[in-house]
Design a protein around this ligand. Structure first.
Ligand SMILES: Cc1cc2nc3c(=O)[nH]c(=O)nc-3n(C[C@H](O)[C@H](O)[C@H](O)COP(=O)(O)OP(=O)(O)OC[C@H]3O[C@@H](n4cnc5c(N)ncnc54)[C@H](O)[C@@H]3O)c2cc1C
Length: 626
């Protein structure tokens, strides 16, 4: 059977993830991008004309939420990156995976229509091409939604999408319409140069500080929150801000109009905005009710003379290249199965058309992996009725509760609940069809990846105590392995459930620890806390011994002389896959708990000295370890 031909529209954050996942699944992928480079809205002044980035734009989600799980952002990036940092990161992702060769730039898709069971895609300056699947990753923050206001305005009118810098509004009287992050960012910035700035809105979103207890606020948003009812989660967040004394001063801003985290996700996160609000840098008025040439009338009947209005009033979901019934949303309504597949027609998918709370990167990577499983036939699509039933049910249980099952919030979702549903689907996928080798690797990555990013350097306070306890319970014969003849083999190790890892202190004293270990030639893999004694010792001296043992560390055979190294993120997936395949639920629960508590874990590869030729990888790793 020939491989499905797949077209991806857009090479922003969503499109790049899609191209990567689909090509790795062995699919033939052609991507069309309207601009002349990758990056989408994170490319300031993108020549696609579709980026809403303003010059000062910084993310309102932390670095950890602004990275694909498979491609961590360098630690040198600011904790809340500037738009240029995000663009640099996206460029490096595209380079790392050699994605540009699948992308046609300056190729705006003008029409996608179904033709004889296929999709016909026409891009500017190109002839129509046929595909089996169309994946829309064109972004949904580019088509301005401007409220209809009676009357006429004689001054300057712009939408936030076209706002770049405050200079053109210097000395003017400016009304900024909106209560979201962009509205407050823009009002704050304009207030430094304008004669007078007014924010017009009935409700302004909740303000949340960048950091709580010195950590990025979104670290508090973990999958554990699914265990508590929403009002408790909201209460805990408020309590945390209060105890940490970082609750932002709302000054004269109108109330949020909804409980924190409920009904709408977005919150305003910006120290600059906080400072401006606290200092009263701009005034607040209710929404605009009429325009009378150079005067703006507000809902409470007050008026203000104005030279300019900036509408930071949101965007419409719009994919103009699709027929109306397939490509435009009403408000927040854009029904999709699993927030990915069009329920109207087969072979049409969307990546990134949702609002999952802080950070979309992990979501779009998972969506892309899910979609790859569907297109390769390994994840069956339910029938139309089941698809509509799932959509009508209003999404995942927590999303339903959080954002109301009115059908009006089909793009708002709780990220953790949603990721869980995708993961559950993906765990069922192998039943159908065969799997290309590249996809198998991608699948493993997906299965092995913890949902939460570890907190660098984190050890649980109980870890030291439990290491001591383990040392006490350790078999008295454990350390004798250090003086035994290193004549063991990997085959011996593979026969036993536990392995005794013996690392050496600076003075040569051996320290033995029983570990879960998986043999996958030429390596033996283990997982450990990055700051544990054994990892520290291995960093100083990569030579160690491994012997089969009981759970308490009683040696069951001769040791193997090994060299250890810490694995990078990519190799860690292979290691985790080997370990997960060997051990059952007990280890899975233990490791999952570590991940959920965001303990900084790492995987190690131990290679037998006699068979481990010093490959380039080994050398680099040895450099890291020493
Ligand atoms: C001002 C602003 C600030 C934001 N800040 C954050 C933040 O801090 N954190 C966060 O997680 N999210 C933020 N977001 C959300 C942000 O949109 C997403 O993070 C993400 O960039 C969306 O990526 P995307 O690839 O889906 O869309 P885009 O980045 O918009 O990329 C879509 C791409 O598709 C191309 N395209 C569109 N139509 C066509 C066509 N017909 N033919 C060919 N190509 C086409 C476009 O040229 C573009 O390159 C912000 C959004 C805005 C507007």
């Amino acid at each position: 059977m020939s491989r499905p031909r797949t077209c991806v529209i857009g090479a922003g954050m969503s499109g790049l993830a899609a191209v990567h996942a689909l090509t790795r699944a062995g699919l033939e992928v052609s991507c069309y991008e309207a601009g002349s480079n990758v990056g989408g809205m994170w490319r300031y002044e993108n020549d696609s004309g579709m980026s809403a980035a303003y010059r000062s734009l910084q993310t309102n989600t932390s670095r950890e939420r602004m990275q694909y799980p498979s491609f961590p952002m360098p630690g040198s990036m600011p904790e809340f990156p500037h738009h240029s940092d995000v663009l640099a990161y996206l460029e490096s992702y595209a380079t790392e995976h050699d994605l540009a060769r699948h992308i046609s730039f300056r190729a705006r898709v003008e029409q996608v229509r179904s033709a004889e069971g296929e999709w016909e895609v026409t891009a500017a300056g190109d002839s129509a091409r046929r595909f089996d699947w169309v994946v829309v990753a064109g972004g949904h923050y580019w088509d301005p939604a401007i409220p209809t206001v009676p009357g006429e305005f004689s001054g300057t009118l712009i939408h936030a999408r076209d706002y770049r810098t405050p200079e053109r509004l210097a000395g003017m009287r400016v009304v900024v319409v909106g209560g979201s992050q962009s509205a407050l960012d823009i009002a704050t910035e304009i207030s430094t140069l304008a004669q007078r700035t007014i924010l017009a809105c009935d409700h302004v979103h909740h303000l949340i500080p960048w950091r709580i207890f010195g950590r990025p606020y979104d670290e508090l948003d973990t999958a554990m929150s699914l265990l508590a009812p929403l009002p408790i989660v909201s209460l805990m967040m408020r309590a945390a801000m209060r105890i940490a004394r970082v609750t932002p001063d709302r000054g004269a801003l109108p109330p949020a109009g909804h409980p924190l985290f409920s009904t709408r996700w977005p919150a305003v996160v910006s120290p600059r905005v906080e400072a401006a609000v606290a200092a009263g840098a701009f005034a607040s008025r209710p929404s605009v009710s009429a325009l009378e040439r150079e005067t703006v009338v507000f809902a409470d009947g007050t008026t203000e003379p104005a030279d300019a209005i900036v509408f930071a009033s949101g965007y419409r979901i719009n994919f103009p290249f699709l027929a109306e019934d397939l490509g435009s949303g009403r408000g927040f309504e854009f029904p999709l199965y699993r927030r990915i597949l069009s329920p109207h027609v087969r072979g049409l998918a969307f990546i990134g058309v949702l609002e999952p709370g802080p950070g979309l990167f992990e979501i779009v990577e998972r969506q892309s992996q899910w979609l790859a499983a569907v297109i390769t036939g390994r994840l069956p699509i339910p029938d139309d009725q089941a698809i509509w039933r799932a959509i009508d049910a209003g999404g995942e249980r927590r999303s339903r509760r959080q954002f109301a099952a009115t059908g009006a919030h089909t793009i708002l979702c709780n990220r953790h609940a949603y990721l869980r549903v995708l993961a559950r689907d993906l765990s069922k996928r192998h039943a159908a069809g065969s799997m290309p080798a590249a996809q198998e690797v991608a699948d493993r990555e997906c299965a092995a990846r913890p949902t939460e990013r570890p907190r660098p350097g984190r050890r649980l306070p109980a870890a030291v105590a439990s290491a001591r306890l383990q040392a006490r319970l350790l078999s008295s014969t454990a350390n004798e392995v250090a003086s035994a003849d290193a004549s063991g083999t990997l085959a011996d190790l593979a026969k036993h459930r536990y392995a005794l890892l013996v690392t050496f202190r600076g003075d040569g004293t051996p320290v033995a620890t029983p570990v879960w270990a998986a043999v996958a030639r030429p390596f033996v893999y283990i997982r450990a806390e990055r700051n544990s004694g054994k990892v520290k010792r291995l960093r100083k001296n990569p030579r160690a011994l491994l012997a089969p043992c009981t759970s308490q560390g009683r040696p069951l055979g001769a040791p193997v002389l090994v060299t250890g190294r810490v694995l990078d993120a990519r190799e860690a997936h292979t290691a985790e896959h080997a370990l997960a395949g060997r051990y059952g639920i007990f280890r899975a629960v233990f490791e999952r708990t570590m991940d959920m508590m965001r303990v900084d874990m790492c995987h190690l590869a131990l290679s037998p000295e006699h068979s481990a030729e010093p490959t380039q990888g080994n050398r680099a790793a040895e450099a890291e370890l020493t």
